[in-house]
Write a protein that binds this ligand. Structure first.
Ligand code: IPE
Ligand code: IPE
Ligand code: MG
Length: 246
């Protein structure tokens, strides 16, 4: 039996977050430039997005570029920005055909102008799609996001639109870029690294973490289904004891 058949459709995670990692090493292993790894990684993104739509995952969030990735060699950053622009433009029709809505989180204003415009255009064109929301985290970091939320709340207090006691978990969450999304139940990171790298720190308080040795360009929907099967074997206790569940 394949992993897809083992998935319990009644207990699917609503939101899956992915740190796609290992593009550079994948290319280097073959004696190629890192940018070849990023280009190949796009095929994995396409397959995973379609795999999510196929089984009914409502939210998929992919970490595509962190604020710290701006510190990479300028040629790599430029190649990545070109790749984002080309992919967003090439894939809009496929997103529509699969009823997938495109969304973006992060410091979008820091991206090249062309990227901002094409992203906005693709988001507008897919805005009414309902099967799945694909969120690209671009120039994203969780510390940036949390600081930004804190500043917005501080401003509201300063302007006397909010009292300090009104700053609840729900209120704080409403200032984050993931507003309107449930927290991810499952986070997958490829390439054998066991860290979060500044991704969704607030939202992942109770997320189940899944790590695989596979490098991102080798990751396909069967691997995603395997991760979901693994997730469904876990007991999520949220601080309680086993006997209290159900
Ligand atoms: C992930 O692959 C893609 C981005 C961070 C943009 P990497 O580029 O980090 O690949 P490795 O980890 O160096 O192999
Ligand atoms: C995390 O990968 C960021 C993205 C996948 C976009 P990195 O490759 O940048 O993370 P570190 O440096 O290994 O922690
Ligand atoms: Mg990496």
């Amino acid at each position: 039996m394949g992993f897809k058949e083992q998935i319990d459709k009644n207990r699917l995670p609503e939101h899956i977050a992915i740190i796609m990692d290992g593009n550079g090493r994948w290319a280097k292993n073959q004696g190629k430039f890192r940018s070849f790894g990023h280009e190949s990684g796009v095929l994995s993104v396409k397959d995973i997005v379609e795999g999510c739509a196929e089984i009914g995952i409502k939210y998929l969030t992919i970490y595509a570029f962190s604020t710290d990735n701006w510190n990479r060699p300028v040629e790599e950053v430029n190649a990545l920005m070109e790749l984002f622009i080309a992919t967003i433009n090439n894939e809009t029709d496929t997103l529509n055909a699969n009823n997938i809505r495109l969304n973006a989180i992060g410091d979008i204003a820091s991206l090249p102008q062309q990227c901002i415009e094409d992203l906005k255009s693709a988001m507008d064109k897919t805005a009414n799609n309902t099967t799945c929301t694909l969120t690209l985290a671009l120039s994203y970091s969780a510390k940036w996001e949390i600081l930004d939320a804190a500043k917005k709340l501080a401003k509201q207090v300063q302007d006397q639109q909010l009292t300090i006691d009104e700053i609840t978990e729900v209120k704080f969450s409403s200032q984050l870029t993931t507003v309107d999304m449930p927290d991810p139940e499952l986070m997958i990171r490829t390439s054998g690294e066991h860290r979060i790298s500044n991704f969704l720190l607030w939202q992942m308080a109770y997320t189940e973490l899944y790590f695989t040795e596979k490098l991102w360009p080798d990751f396909r929907r069967e691997d995603l289904f395997e991760a979901i099967v693994d997730y469904q074997k876990r007991e999520r206790r949220f601080g309680k004891i086993s006997e209290q569940l159900n």
